[in-house]
Design a protein around this ligand. Structure first.
Ligand SMILES: NC(=O)c1ccc[n+]([C@@H]2O[C@H](COP(=O)([O-])OP(=O)(O)OC[C@H]3O[C@@H](n4cnc5c(N)ncnc54)[C@H](OP(=O)(O)O)[C@@H]3O)[C@@H](O)[C@H]2O)c1
Length: 386
């Protein structure tokens, strides 16, 4: 998968987020003990937003949401909500916001926006001087060249076309360009910002709609136990980002007034170490079968699209440099903890453990079924004996 394909899956996934009912897991609407700080979350009820909102509540912030009240309206019903459509031209949505909110000083603003970058600059203009620290969730897709290892924050970003003058014009651009434009607007308009260039987000409260399936394949597969097929790429690296760890870092940057742009993900991790974490989290598998890639492909299991995380060759996009964030205080919690939470989230959404992998009713294919796995393991064992 190249950079463009990868980004397309994110774009598609984000759209799907709005259609897919996302289950709440352990959400509360109240704060335990207020720290007196006000945070405005722009969005907050999609895929990553709920974990952001919940973490701020857990840390004593007074949270207000701003969105259109369309997506996952059952979440955080008790929180103050500014109903606003950021896609209206000429800031019409922002200008219609009640004065009491316009005159509020927000210690922290978190913006998850991924559509027209004009909406980001509109917000910054309209709320100028009314917030202490603005946090923007960006992506590694803002980098122009992914074909080298250890990309750090100084690498060149995507070359940009002409600046969009309207929301509609900004929507014409692809995801990576929209995010790059948004970053540029932030850097031009303010200095009190932190940008998080995220990589492969995994959340546990909601299904991961950006992956090839909307439930986490490997955690679910290991949770089911038995004999497990694995591509024999033990020493290839992979990188993901636990959303909870990201939000802890956002709160840390708020407290420390840490500004700038940061790549954030776990350190490049060997596939076999990820597998160790899966074993540790589930204590289930009876036997692992590490099977050669060529054999899997011959039998219809395609790298990445069918078998998540498997790349036939090590690829540079799993070596993003996250040292700057680590030095600033970013801590990615152990993968085993992230996986345990992903499994808890899955069990909450599917108490009967009946999510189906493999061929779907609509003809699409999501990874592979247990039957297919069994069949390939048998063939592989026979092949080994020849
Ligand atoms: N690197 C990665 O792996 C990765 C993966 C996933 C996401 N991301 C990044 O994470 C970011 C956000 O993710 P998310 O969608 O899960 O965020 P979110 O904040 O949870 O959900 C999006 C929010 O935006 C609101 N919204 C949509 N259209 C709006 C409008 N016109 N005006 C006002 N509010 C509007 C939605 O509510 P309403 O519909 O009710 O308005 C919803 O609450 C994206 O920018 C993407 O770049 C990165």
């Amino acid at each position: 998968m190249n950079k463009r394909d990868f980004i397309k899956t994110i774009g598609a996934g984000t759209a799907f987020t709005l259609l897919n009912p996302i289950e709440a897991l352990g959400f509360t609407d109240s704060i335990k003990k207020t720290n007196g700080k006000k945070v405005l979350i722009l969005g907050g009820r999609g895929f990553i937003g709920p974990t952001i909102v919940q973490s701020f509540l857990d840390n004593g912030y007074e949270v207000t949401l701003l969105n259109r009240n369309k997506t996952n309206t059952h979440l955080f019903k008790e929180l103050p909500l500014i109903i606003c459509d950021r896609e209206k031209e000429n800031k019409a949505g922002l200008r219609a916001i009640d004065k009491k909110y316009k005159n509020t000083y927000w210690d922290v603003v978190v913006d998850t926006w991924q559509k027209s970058s004009k909406a980001v600059s509109d917000f910054l203009e309209e709320f100028k001087g009314n917030f202490g620290h603005y946090h923007y969730i960006s992506t590694i897709a803002v980098y122009d060249d992914w074909n080298k290892k250890f990309i750090n924050e100084n690498e060149a970003l995507n070359p940009l076309p002409k600046l969009p003058k309207s929301i509609a014009e900004g929507m014409q651009h692809r995801y990576a360009i929209r995010k790059t434009f948004a970053e540029e607007a932030i850097q031009e308009q303010i200095t009190n910002y932190t940008i998080y260039r995220s990589h492969g987000m995994r959340d546990f409260r909601s299904a991961n709609t950006i992956d090839v399936v909307d439930e986490p394949f490997w955690p679910v597969r290991f949770y089911r136990g038995g004999e497990i097929l694995l591509p024999n790429v033990k020493n290839h690296h992979m990188q993901v980002l636990d959303v909870k760890s990201m939000v802890d870092f956002i709160i840390h940057c708020s407290n420390k007034k840490t500004y700038g742009a940061f790549n954030i993900a776990c350190q490049p991790t060997r596939f076999k170490d990820y597998v160790s974490s899966l074993i540790h989290a589930t204590q289930k598998p009876e036997k692992l079968h590490w099977i050669d890639g060529e054999f899997l492909i011959e039998n219809g299991l395609i790298p990445y699209k069918v078998v998540p995380f498997w790349r036939p060759k090590p690829i540079a996009m799993y070596y993003f440099n996250v040292q700057k964030a680590i030095e600033a205080g970013f801590v990615h919690r152990p993968l085993v903890d992230m996986i345990k939470d992903q499994i808890e989230g899955y069990k909450y959404r599917y108490p009967k453990d009946d999510v189906k992998f493999g061929k779907q009713a609509d003809g699409s294919v999501k990874c592979y079924s247990l039957d297919k796995e069994k069949e390939i393991i048998q063939k592989w064992l026979a092949h080994q004996k020849q």
